[in-house]
Design a protein around this ligand. Structure first.
Ligand SMILES: C[S@@+](CC[C@H](N)C(=O)[O-])C[C@H]1O[C@@H](n2cnc3c(N)ncnc32)[C@H](O)[C@@H]1O
Length: 370
C-alpha cells in the first residue's frame, strides 16, 4: 500500500485513498466538489497551507475524508451525537483493535453471504440476530432486552460508551455490517433507544479484494485498505461524542486564523419537504435549527470561516435571513436516501450559507427573505 502522502492533488479530482467507510443519510458526497472549493477559498484567504477542521455533525464525514485526500487538514476535530457511530470511528482509529475488527467484519460477512440472511440480520422487536446483538451491547437494561420485553412504558438507557475492547470490536463490526445490509444504510434509534432499521435488499457483503475491485474503477482499494487509511487519519483526529455545541465557540475555543468549520445539521423539514431527520432518539426540532442558526450568526459576526449546508426550503431559508453579513446560495442535488417509490432520486435543492464570499464558485446566489 502506498503512503497516504504519495498521491494527493488539490484539483477537485477525487482519488481513492480515503472515502466514507459507511453510507450515511444526508452524506455529502454529491455536494463535495463545491464544499472542497469552499474550503480552498477559506485556505486562500487565511493564507495557510492546511486547516484545522471542525465538523460537529460528522455522520459519514464525506468532506473530511476528501479534504484529507488532498492533504488539506492539519488537525481534525469531529463529533456526532450517536455513540454507536463514534464508537465505530474510535475502534477504527485504534491500532490495537483494527486488525481484530477487520477479522470480525470478514467473519460476519461470510456468515451473511452463506447463511440464512433474514435470520442472521434479525429483528429489533424480537431482539434476534445482528440487530438484537447490537442492541444488547448498547442498552443498559440488558435483562429486559434479552427477554424481548417491548413494553411501551419501559425506560431504557443507552450506554454512553462501551467499556471493554471486545464490546467495542463487536459493536463496530456489527455497526458496519448492519450499515451494509440494513434498509438504505440508514441508522435510526427508536424512542426506547433501539436500532430498528429493517433488512434491506443487499444479498452480499463484498469484502474480498478482487470481488470488490471488479465493481469499481481499477484504482479502487479494497475495503481493508480503506479502513487502514482511515485509521491512520482518525488516530490523529480529535473524536468526540455529544451535542454539536461542545465543539463550537463559546463552549470550545477555536483558533479562527487557521480553522474551517463545516456545519451539516439534520435536514430541516417543513410541510413542503419532510426529509429524514431522526438519527438519534432526541431528534432535531425546529428549535434546534433556530439554535444552530443563532450560533452560525455569531460565528459569522466573530469572523470565523464557516459554511453550513441544509436542504433548501422556505423554513430553512428564513432561519438565515436575519443576518445581512452571510452569503447564501442554492445548489441542485438529488438525494440518495430520499427516493421515490419507483427508486428514482428526488430532485432537490441544497442551501449553502457561508461567512465568506463563494461567488467564485458560480453558484446560484440567493436573497434570503424573512
Ligand atoms: C446530515 S448528517 C451529516 C452528514 C455528513 N456531513 C456526511 O457527510 O455524512 C447530520 C448528522 O448530525 C448528527 N446529529 C443530530 N443531532 C445532533 C446533535 N444535536 N449534535 C451533534 N450531532 C447531531 C446526526 O447523527 C447525523 O450524523
Amino acid at each position: 500500500m502506498k503512503n497516504i502522502k504519495d498521491q494527493q492533488s488539490f484539483d477537485g479530482v477525487s482519488n481513492t485513498k480515503l472515502k466514507p467507510l459507511i453510507k450515511w443519510a444526508g452524506g455529502k458526497t454529491r455536494l463535495n466538489p463545491i464544499l472542497i472549493k469552499a474550503a480552498e477559498l477559506a485556505l486562500k484567504s487565511l493564507h495557510t497551507e492546511k486547516l484545522d477542521y471542525y465538523e460537529p455533525f460528522f455522520g459519514g464525514g464525506a468532506l473530511f475524508f476528501e479534504l484529507h485526500n488532498n492533504e488539506k487538514i492539519d488537525k481534525g476535530h469531529i463529533n456526532d451525537i450517536i455513540p454507536h457511530l463514534i464508537s465505530f470511528y474510535e475502534t477504527v482509529a485504534d491500532d490495537k483493535l483494527l486488525n481484530q475488527l477487520l477479522e470480525k467484519i470478514e467473519q460476519l460477512a461470510n456468515e451473511f453471504n452463506e447463511g440464512d440472511q433474514k435470520e442472521i440480520y434479525g429483528s429489533a422487536k424480537e431482539n434476534t440476530g445482528w440487530v438484537g446483538d447490537f442492541n444488547k451491547l448498547w442498552m443498559i437494561d440488558d435483562a429486559d432486552v434479552k427477554n424481548g420485553d417491548d413494553n411501551e412504558d419501559q425506560e431504557y438507557t443507552i450506554k454512553d460508551q462501551l467499556q471493554t475492547k471486545h464490546d467495542k470490536i463487536q459493536s463496530a463490526a456489527l455497526f458496519y455490517v448492519l450499515n451494509k445490509t440494513g434498509f438504505n444504510g440508514m441508522f435510526r434509534l427508536s424512542q426506547k433507544g433501539k436500532f430498528n432499521i429493517p433488512k434491506g435488499d443487499t444479498n452480499k457483503i463484498r469484502l474480498n479484494d478482487d470481488d470488490f475491485k471488479k465493481n469499481k474503477s481499477k484504482e479502487s482499494l479494497s475495503v481493508k485498505e480503506y479502513f487502514q487509511n482511515a485509521s491512520s487519519i482518525l488516530k490523529n483526529t480529535s473524536i468526540t461524542c455529544g451535542s454539536y455545541e461542545k465543539l463550537l465557540p463559546p463552549m470550545n475555543e477555536i483558533d479562527k486564523s487557521r480553522s474551517f468549520i463545516y456545519l451539516d445539521p439534520p435536514y430541516y423539514s417543513d410541510s413542503e419537504n419532510s426529509g429524514f431527520t431522526d438519527y438519534s432518539r432526541e431528534g432535531f426540532e425546529k428549535s434546534d435549527h433556530q439554535k444552530i442558526a443563532n450560533i452560525f450568526n455569531q460565528l459569522v459576526e466573530d469572523g470565523y470561516k464557516v459554511v453550513l449546508s441544509n436542504n433548501s426550503n422556505t423554513g430553512s431559508k428564513k432561519m438565515y435571513a436575519e443576518n445581512k453579513n452571510i452569503f447564501a446560495y442554492e445548489v441542485d442535488v438529488s438525494r440518495s436516501i430520499a427516493k421515490t417509490e419507483k427508486g428514482k432520486r428526488l430532485p432537490s435543492k441544497e442551501l449553502l450559507v457561508s461567512s465568506f464570499n463563494l461567488d467564485d464558485l458560480h453558484l446560484e446566489k440567493i436573497e434570503l427573505i424573512k
